[in-house]
Design a protein around this ligand. Structure first.
Ligand SMILES: Cc1cc2nc3c(=O)[nH]c(=O)nc-3n(C[C@H](O)[C@H](O)[C@H](O)COP(=O)(O)OP(=O)(O)OC[C@H]3O[C@@H](n4cnc5c(N)ncnc54)[C@H](O)[C@@H]3O)c2cc1C
Ligand code: FES
Length: 253
């Protein structure tokens, strides 16, 4: 799949919570095909001494407007600097990177936590486009950390688990009764312990589970080998052969 290195124009930068923000980015021409689960490498030029690009999932795509959306959590100097970018400024991206999620089955469950909820919006939209409304389960600490619930509800049957019980069921995503419904495929993205727990639940039920890894990355194109993951077929680059893997193909899952 061809890769592009282009300047986008920031249309909107909205703070969703004190630590999450959403960028809407305008592409100057027709966007190439982008698969759900693919990511971009963002060049952070201003406000931080950040040498390497930062990998960020494609949160959503508006093909009619030629816009892509990124959902970003502030965790360090790069994402902090990115949170300050304003509409009208340009942002250079290398995209679309990685393989993305395969669309498999008709009854599908998407499970996300933290910034791992980001690619699940585009994945939900892709399923909607082929006439499937997925179930989507989001886990977080409390209601204050929830955002974009209307957007997720528009594209999926949304289920929520909060650790303090302030919204949805009390507990972790693995405690949610939706897991007992019969699914053809489960997709998950979020903190590694959450993905491992979901993969385990899927295995118990004999359901294939695709996990999207967020290994530390540098080049994003298979050159530096800093993102390798141990699979049953040997080491693979997360950036080119992932970030999505079938959980049972991974050694650590
Ligand atoms: C394929 C992929 C898709 C991603 N998608 C998103 C997304 O949609 N939204 C989003 O907010 N983030 C996403 N991330 C994580 C994001 O790339 C990192 O949070 C970011 O690079 C941190 O940069 P920084 O300069 O702010 O932090 P740094 O100063 O580099 O690091 C600050 C802290 O964050 C930790 N950190 C750095 N990189 C990562 C990482 N890759 N994963 C987990 N912790 C990390 C560091 O260990 C350190 O503790 C994704 C990562 C990958 C590999
Ligand atoms: S990030 Fe360089 S090889 Fe994957």
């Amino acid at each position: 799949m061809k890769k592009y290195c282009k300047d986008f124009v920031v249309v909107e930068n909205i703070a969703l919570t004190p630590t999450f923000f959403r960028l809407t980015l305008q592409y100057p021409e027709k966007l190439p095909e982008i698969n759900p689960g693919q990511f971009v490498e963002v060049l952070i030029k201003e406000g931080a001494d950040v040498l390497l690009r930062r990998p960020i999932s494609i949160h959503d795509v508006d093909e009619d407007k030629n816009q892509i959306l990124l959902l970003v959590q502030i965790v360090g100097k790069g994402t902090q600097a990115l949170s300050k970018i304003q509409s009208g400024q340009s942002l250079n991206l290398v995209f679309p990177l990685g393989s993305g999620f395969p669309l498999r089955g008709e009854k599908v469950l998407l499970v996300g936590g933290g910034c791992g909820v980001a690619p699940l919006m585009h994945l939900s939209r892709a399923f909607n486009n082929i006439g499937i409304k997925p179930d989507c389960l989001i886990g977080c600490r409390n209601q204050e950390q929830l955002f974009s619930t209307k957007e997720y509800s528009d594209l999926s049957n949304l289920h929520i688990a909060t650790e303090d019980g302030s919204c949805g069921i009390r507990g972790l995503v693995t405690n949610h009764p939706i897991l007992d419904k019969k699914f053809d495929t489960i997709y998950t993205c979020g903190p590694t312990p959450m993905m491992k727990a979901i993969a385990k639940e899927a295995l118990k039920r004999n359901i294939p589970c695709y996990v999207s890894l967020e290994n530390t990355m540098a080049c994003g194109v298979g050159a530096c080998l800093c993102c390798v993951v141990d699979t049953k077929e040997g080491h693979k680059c997360t950036c080119t052969e992932g970030p999505v893997f079938l959980s049972t193909d991974l050694k650590d899952f």
